[in-house]
Design a protein around this ligand. Sequence first.
Ligand SMILES: Cc1cc2nc3c(=O)[nH]c(=O)nc-3n(C[C@H](O)[C@H](O)[C@H](O)COP(=O)(O)OP(=O)(O)OC[C@H]3O[C@@H](n4cnc5c(N)ncnc54)[C@H](O)[C@@H]3O)c2cc1C
Length: 471
Amino acid sequence: MTDLDNSPSLAALRPQSSQEDAGSALHELQTLLPGRVLLPEHEGWNLARLGWAVNVDQHPIAVVTVHGPEDVVVAVGCAARHGLSVSTQPVGHGATTALTGTVLLRTGALQDLTIDVERRVARVGAGVKWGTLLAALEPTGLMALAGSSPDPSVVGFTLGGGLSWFSRALGLTAHSVVAFEIVDAAGVRRRVSPSTDPDLFWAMCGGGGDFGVVLFVEIMLDHVGPIVGGRMLWPLEMARPVLRAFRQITADAPDELTLWAHLFRFPPMPELPELLRGRSFVSVDMTFLGSETEANRLLSRLRQLPAQVIDTVGVVPPSQLGGIAAEPVDPMPTQEYSELLRGLDDATLDRLVDAAGAGADIPVAVVQIRHLGGALTRATPEDGPNGAIAEEYSVFCLGVPVAPGLPEAIEAAFAEVRTALAGQRSGRTLFNFLGAESDLGSTFSATSRARLRRVKASTDPAGVFRSNRPV
Ligand SMILES: Cc1cc2nc3c(=O)[nH]c(=O)nc-3n(C[C@H](O)[C@H](O)[C@H](O)COP(=O)(O)OP(=O)(O)OC[C@H]3O[C@@H](n4cnc5c(N)ncnc54)[C@H](O)[C@@H]3O)c2cc1C
């Protein structure tokens, strides 16, 4: 008996795969892809199996670091022949235990990136992160629908819908996809577009990575002109007036203006700037697709508030977009709660400040309220499984469970935030903001879920692919 036979992961193999099949499949994989396959008995396994959220206990049966598209074809073909499932994880921001028992493909090396300025289309390899794409776009005057962080892969982010800084003006990132190039369940490399495979294309525009391994995504780019962006920061004691001003501005903001409010508790870590270290703040982060003068006019209500600590609002080059929210990029343990909110009123904001403001002692590093609306409300069910997002705001909370007892304390704090927001919670959570233990029950309508399952059944009946959030 080998170490592998004892692995708990083998319990989660596809029904048609026996442990014997798995053993011979892994042996074949190692022969076909020498030096690229790591197994539980190999040195470095415990690091290799983890995602970015290092507290998520992922147990694949092998980790394959692909060097190019051909390796993906080989790995999927081998897994399909032997009744194994494949999952894909370039970065691990979406780490979940759903990939237990799979062959985990690391696609970070697929770094090809082409920008066709004339056609306004970027062809983005599966390993390319947002930071790389944004830097490449800088000289072109074109922009893609990027989110808050430079660290997620463009492909992983987009498969999950992609809530961008610019989604109020231009919709979800997934709705800017022109085509995907995939390796399908038969191990065949092919292009998926609205004209070749309308149902499969629809499912991949927000339904996640359950339908194939994406080698490239082609996304439409926009001429957005100069982007104004930045952060305004006050001590957490100012949370009440800042959140009220945030609500008032968002109530009639143009679609080109996006505001996200945060309640921050920064840990006393030496890596943080001295100004932030161990202190608590309320912030409003923003982008505006328009002139600086107009942005300043729209923000004047916030600027009138006293005690402001930082104001970085100004023209932001695309490559610096990730600097606005300045989120951590190094792997860490995380615990998350997110939900959409139908609206906000002063009473709800007051309860939120009571639960998470300066007077509360809670182990939650970030409470973020994003303003949605605009083009997100105008999407249709044909654009992708998300359809329209009617809710006006989302909430996202992050805790960092670094000590025993903290996971429970963080959960209790999330419960207090939920209670504070009770009257406005819609029960829906966007795909990319689901916590590690969540499933798609709270994300899509029953109609979308049923269509996703039909697409899965017709394109991958044997379950060759397993995403972090299986449909
Ligand atoms: C700091 C931070 C900020 C964020 N900000 C935003 C934001 O502004 N807007 C937003 O929408 N989301 C945001 N997210 C969430 C993020 O977009 C999701 O976690 C997304 O899944 C990350 O993709 P990834 O490829 O980086 O992660 P991974 O965990 O590596 O991949 C996530 C999943 O995508 C699928 N996948 C990835 N690559 C492929 C492929 N080549 N083929 C098939 N399937 C694939 C797999 O199912 C995989 O499990 C943020 C996350 C973090 C950590």
